[in-house]
Every structure is written in structure tokens, then in C-alpha cells.
Design a protein around this ligand. Structure first.
Ligand SMILES: *[C@@H]1O[C@H](CO)[C@@H](O)[C@H](O)[C@H]1NC(C)=O
Ligand SMILES: *[C@@H]1O[C@H](CO)[C@@H](O)[C@H](O)[C@H]1NC(C)=O
Ligand SMILES: *[C@@H]1O[C@H](CO)[C@@H](O)[C@H](O)[C@H]1NC(C)=O
Ligand SMILES: *[C@@H]1O[C@H](CO)[C@@H](O)[C@H](O)[C@H]1NC(C)=O
Ligand SMILES: *[C@@H]1O[C@H](CO)[C@@H](O)[C@H](O)[C@H]1NC(C)=O
Ligand SMILES: *[C@@H]1O[C@H](CO)[C@@H](O)[C@H](O)[C@H]1NC(C)=O
Length: 341
């Protein structure tokens, strides 16, 4: 809608230049960090219509629960309510059933992000009202902007759709209402070096890409300036269903490669990432079979109707990497010690 896609290319390139640079409180590629708290069971479903945020922490603004689910509202400039899972998963499947917000330049998004800045994204910019976007980053590499794709979605602001990611060591699938709309193979991400492969936390939030204080490129990417007098703008998340393919109470980076084979999953009490621990079990050997099994059964059940949807149009991606800088400016800082979008 509105902008032809070639304009978005240009806008996104600008936006990305202006705003990319995610931060992390401790990058295990560089130093010894606390181990990541894992989800130590296979499944965790959260129904936000039941009146509680469950195992999700609010890291910016206020998120309430309503009959429609968790409600993320922008009332005024600077609002960017966000929640994140209090645990990490290491390969898995995440379904987020959500209805995105109205309003020029308003971005409703959920992402997976790791301590060394691997990232998998879904986002919907209100201005492009029949489009949603998929994206990914490996180790915070933002030197190119050809990773994003656009997917057609019908009435995302009036209809709840399920935006999913199925993530294994071999490939990432993005699914819309159970239909695979994009697949990224490990080798296709700079021979795996830019492939998201480290334990991830899930973040869900809303922000104003069209905030008048943002760079011109970001505003263009978001489809124009946000007019806060048209608000409030609300994004609803009905439920999040998570499968963790490597259930464990903690994940540890055993070296600084950021390679998935270096990650140890353990149920033992440990405090730091680096260094050896005999109580940990190696994930690399067992993970593949269990994740492949789990994901293929998910696919089998969902891809029967899979002929539609994938109108993937490659375009420049600016992505939630700039969530961080925009937020940092607009909101101040998130909870100390947490990474930012
Ligand atoms: C980690 O080290 C790399 C390479 O030295 C550097 O580019 C990156 O900015 C560092 N990350 C953080 C969070 O300091
Ligand atoms: C998240 O919230 C839980 C309580 O629900 C709390 O125990 C935990 O410390 C919080 N985590 C962070 C990182 O703030
Ligand atoms: C970053 O991404 C670019 C473009 O895909 C790639 O050429 C480059 O090798 C990557 N850098 C690293 C350090 O992986
Ligand atoms: C968005 O706008 C449409 C059309 O005006 C309206 O039907 C819908 O309820 C709005 N959705 C939200 C989440 O406000
Ligand atoms: C940790 O415990 C859970 C629950 O018993 C189990 O499913 C999982 O396989 C264990 N993980 C490891 C790495 O031992
Ligand atoms: C850990 O295991 C290795 C090899 O199995 C063994 O050599 C080492 O002594 C063990 N370390 C501890 C602290 O138990």
C-alpha cells in the first residue's frame, strides 16, 4: 500500500544506516557472561486472555491483560511497551497469535534474540497494511540489508493471525497461520556464520517507527510520520505457544565462537558461560534428531494448505536492530542488565 516497494528499498537503506546497532548487556563472543536461564521443559503456552503475563517480564512501559490478550498501547511519544520471556530457548518453535496496531508508522513486532545478537524477526508496520515482514541477523551483522522479506497478510489490524518461527540448526521457517512463508537454510546465511544459532529470548513490543524524532530514513521505512493525536494505538497478543527443542535450566557458551556446537545445555546450577562443567550435556549431538522430528510433525500438520501466502519479496531490511537506539533515546533505558531490541 502507498509506497511502491522500490521506494522502501531506499528508505530502508537509509533507516538501517541511521539506526542499526543492537546492544547486549554481555556478549559471550567477547567475555565471560552469566549463563542463560533456560526453559527446562518442552512446551510452554501462555494464554494472555487468562489475566496474567505468566513467565513474561515487562521491560518497557505498561502491558495489561484484557479479554483480547496482552495489550501494548502507544498513548504518546516515547511509549514502546515491551515484554520478554524470562527464559531462553535453544532451537524451537514459537507461535504468536496477535492483532497488530493501527496508525501510520506504528510497528508491531516479535523477535527472538540471543546474547551475541543472533536475531529472528516478525514485524508488521501499520502503514503497509497487507504486509508483514520477516528478517534475521547473525551476530549483529548489519553490513547488508538484503535479509528481509515481505509476506502478504490480510487485515492484520482487525484479524488475529498466528506469526510463527520454527528454528533448528539446519533451517529457519517463518509461518503465517501455519503456512510456511519463508525458509532460510543454514548455508544460505554466509555459510552459516550469519545463521542465528545461539539461545534466544523472545521479545514482543510496539514502537513508533514514524516518530517525528526518528531519522528521515526510519520514518520513510515506517511509511510516514506518526500522528499521536490519532492514537492511542494498541497491539494485542492473544497467546504465545513455545516449544523448546532443547529443554534445559541453563545454556552455556563454552567458547567464544558463537557456534551452536559450542553451546551446552544443562540442568545443573551453573553461573557463567565460559569454562567447562562436567554436569552439562552436549546439545549438538542430540539436538538435530529431536528438533527435526518435532518440526517435521509441526510442518506436516500445517502444510496441507500450503499453497498460498508466500509472496516473498526481497527487500532491504532495517529491522528491530534499531529498536535499541530508538528506544534508548525515546524511553531511556530498559531494565538494567537486559538486552535491548
Ligand atoms: C564484541 O567484539 C566484537 C569484535 O571485537 C565487536 O565488533 C563487538 O562490538 C563486541 N561486542 C560488544 C557487545 O561489545
Ligand atoms: C522476571 O520476572 C520474574 C517474576 O515473574 C522475576 O523473578 C525475574 O527476576 C524477572 N527477570 C528479570 C530479568 O527481570
Ligand atoms: C556480514 O554480512 C555480509 C553480507 O551478508 C557478509 O558479506 C559478511 O561476511 C558478514 N560478516 C561477518 C563477520 O560474518
Ligand atoms: C484498525 O482500524 C480498522 C479500520 O478503521 C478497525 O476496524 C480496527 O478495529 C482497528 N484496529 C485496531 C486494533 O484498532
Ligand atoms: C532437563 O530437565 C528436563 C525436565 O526433566 C528434561 O526434559 C531435559 O531433557 C533436561 N535437559 C538436560 C540438558 O539434561
Ligand atoms: C570433567 O571430566 C573430565 C573428562 O571426563 C575429567 O578429566 C575431569 O577431571 C572432570 N572434571 C571435574 C571437575 O570433575
Amino acid at each position: 500500500m502507498g509506497f511502491p516497494s522500490y521506494c522502501k528499498w531506499a528508505a530502508l537503506a537509509l533507516a538501517a544506516t541511521a539506526a542499526a546497532q543492537t546492544t547486549t548487556s554481555c556478549d559471550p563472543m567477547n567475555k565471560t557472561c552469566p549463563a542463560d536461564t533456560g526453559l527446562n521443559k518442552y512446551r510452554l503456552n501462555t494464554d494472555f486472555t487468562a489475566g496474567s503475563l505468566g513467565r513474561w517480564n515487562t521491560t518497557a512501559g505498561t502491558v495489561t491483560t484484557t479479554d483480547l490478550g496482552a495489550k501494548f498501547t502507544i498513548n504518546e511519544q516515547g511509549d514502546a511497551p515491551t515484554i520478554e520471556s524470562e527464559f531462553y530457548i535453544f532451537f524451537g518453535h514459537v507461535d504468536v497469535k496477535m492483532r497488530t496496531a493501527n496508525g501510520t508508522g506504528i510497528v508491531s513486532t516479535w523477535i527472538l534474540e540471543s546474547d551475541d545478537l543472533d536475531e529472528i524477526d516478525w514485524e508488521q508496520i501499520s502503514t503497509w497494511d497487507t504486509e508483514a515482514e520477516t528478517d534475521y541477523f547473525g551476530k549483529g551483522n548489519t553490513t547488508s540489508y538484503d535479509r528481509g522479506t515481505t509476506v502478504t497478510v490480510s487485515t492484520p489490524e482487525e484479524t488475529f493471525h498466528t506469526y510463527s518461527v520454527d528454528w533448528t540448526a539446519e533451517r529457519i521457517e517463518w509461518l503465517l497461520d501455519g503456512v510456511v512463508v519463508r525458509t532460510l537454510e543454514y548455508a544460505d546465511a554466509v555459510d552459516g556464520t550469519n545463521y542465528p544459532q545461539t539461545p534466544m529470548r523472545i521479545r514482543i513490543g510496539i514502537w513508533a517507527g514514524g516518530d517525528p524524532d526518528n531519522s528521515e530514513g526510519t520514518i520513510e521505512w515506517a511509511g510516514g510520520e506518526t500522528d499521536y493525536t490519532e492514537g492511542p494505538f494498541s497491539f494485542y497478543v492473544e497467546s504465545v505457544n513455545i516449544i523448546n527443542y532443547t529443554p534445559a535450566s541453563a545454556y552455556r557458551y563454552t567458547d567464544k565462537t558463537g557456534d551452536y556446537t559450542s553451546i551446552k545445555a544443562t540442568n545443573a546450577t551453573i553461573s557463567t558461560n565460559l569454562g567447562s562443567s562436567n554436569s552439562s550435556s552436549s546439545v549438538a549431538s542430540s539436538r538435530t534428531s529431536s528438533s527435526a522430528k518435532a518440526s517435521s510433525s509441526l510442518i506436516a500438520s500445517s502444510s496441507a494448505s500450503a499453497s498460498a501466502a508466500a509472496s516473498s519479496m526481497s527487500y532491504v531490511s532495517a529491522a528491530p536492530a534499531y529498536y535499541s537506539s530508538i528506544f534508548a533515546m525515546a524511553v531511556g533505558s530498559f531494565v538494567a542488565g537486559l538486552m535491548q531490541f
